[in-house]
Ligand binder design. Structure first.
Ligand code: SF4
Length: 340
């Protein structure tokens, strides 16, 4: 690990100023991903701006009836917040499907959005990786790529985004609030993460020095009809091979509103408006769900070892929509028996 200095900012303005005053800085919240990257020499910041003393840990209702999640609130505190459990059980389930209780106690909301891919080659300094070292090549293409992307990949990178929380935030159409050297701005969640294209070293659309201050959820939380379905190699503490966040609004058995996002399949949570449009006005039936799955997976392409994910994702989408439509998972019984 490289030597580094550390300061602890007490206001967002101070954090942004401190970041701008150093050569190779990085923000650090819970450190659950960044410290691993530093120990492996994948990330080599020479100055860390500590964020845990910032007054950004509140979770509070917004004027438009939504909910604001502070950037430094932990994933655990967010998942178990009464308003999240009651109004956004999809988010509760997605967060609790990720990592371990210990990690969720440390990891922050802002950091969850910024965690980096778990592509094995990204962490292996002995192999080429365009994300770690632009222009060096992509070892996963033609290599071991069982966990890699089937949608939105490029010839430069086929990595996937690892977050569960972000899949739910995409489906809920959250908005990310940031503060940077040029002031505040808002970024729609679907514009926050990016596809790899020819610059896979960039995971998101943050400008240098911009700090996530909070994440806004709109009022509609799909608490009556939702599903977060995560398929993985083992039951806990594993990243998704495929995950689905689904939210439906029904009138009788007719679909009035629909949200769908896929995790584990692309460089960002994967949404496609055609898939959601295909459900509107349709009966909540297996046939409708399969059509939506086809639309969401249109153009999917395997890399060899991950070809199975295409059919897995199709079936997972249909199953998640069926679960959501059934209303089996109610906000009131979400994880009531799990570790609080
Ligand atoms: Fe690197 Fe992306 Fe290729 Fe993985 S898939 S080796 S992260 S360039």
């Amino acid at each position: 690990m490289n030597p580094f200095t550390l300061t602890r900012a007490v206001s967002p303005d101070e954090a942004v100023r401190d970041f701008a005053g150093h050569e190779q800085p990085a923000y650090i919240g819970g450190g659950t991903n960044l410290l691993d990257l530093m120990k492996e020499n994948v990330a080599r910041p020479t100055h860390l701006v500590g964020l845990n003393q910032l007054p950004l840990s509140a979770i509070e209702t917004t004027a438009d009836g939504g909910l604001r999640l502070g950037a430094t609130a932990t994933n655990a505190d967010t998942a178990w917040h009464p308003e999240v459990k009651k109004r956004y059980p999809l988010l509760n389930q997605a967060i609790l499907a990720g990592a371990s209780p210990q990690l969720r106690n440390m990891a922050t909301n802002g950091g969850n959005l910024l965690q980096r891919t778990r592509c094995y080659y990204f962490y292996d300094l002995a192999t080429p990786c365009n994300k770690r070292e632009p222009g060096s090549g992509c070892s996963a293409i033609g290599g071991f790529n069982r966990i890699h992307a089937i949608l939105g990949a490029s010839e430069h990178c086929i990595a996937t985004h690892p977050s569960d929380m972000c899949v739910a935030l995409a489906a809920l159409e959250a908005v990310v609030n940031v503060l940077g050297p040029d002031g505040e701005r808002q970024i729609r969640f679907e514009d926050f993460h990016r596809l790899p294209g020819d610059a896979p070293e960039r995971d998101n659309t943050l400008q240098p020095g911009e700090l996530i201050t909070s994440i806004d959820l709109p009022a509609q939380g799909f608490a009556g009809h939702f599903s977060y379905l995560k398929l993985r190699d083992r039951q806990s503490y594993a990243f998704a091979l495929v995950s689905v966040a689904a939210g439906l609004e029904l009138e009788g058995t007719t679909i009035k509103a629909a949200r769908l996002a896929l995790g584990g399949v692309a460089h960002k949570p994967w949404r496609r408006s055609e898939a959601e449009q295909a459900l509107l006005g349709q009966p909540a039936t297996e046939e409708s769900f399969r059509r939506a799955a086809e639309a969401l997976l249109a153009g999917a392409q395997g890399q060899g070892a991950n070809d199975f994910k295409i059919e897995l994702a199709r079936r997972a989408v249909a199953r998640a929509l069926k679960q959501a439509a059934s209303g089996e998972q109610r906000a009131s019984d979400v994880f009531t028996n799990s570790n609080p």
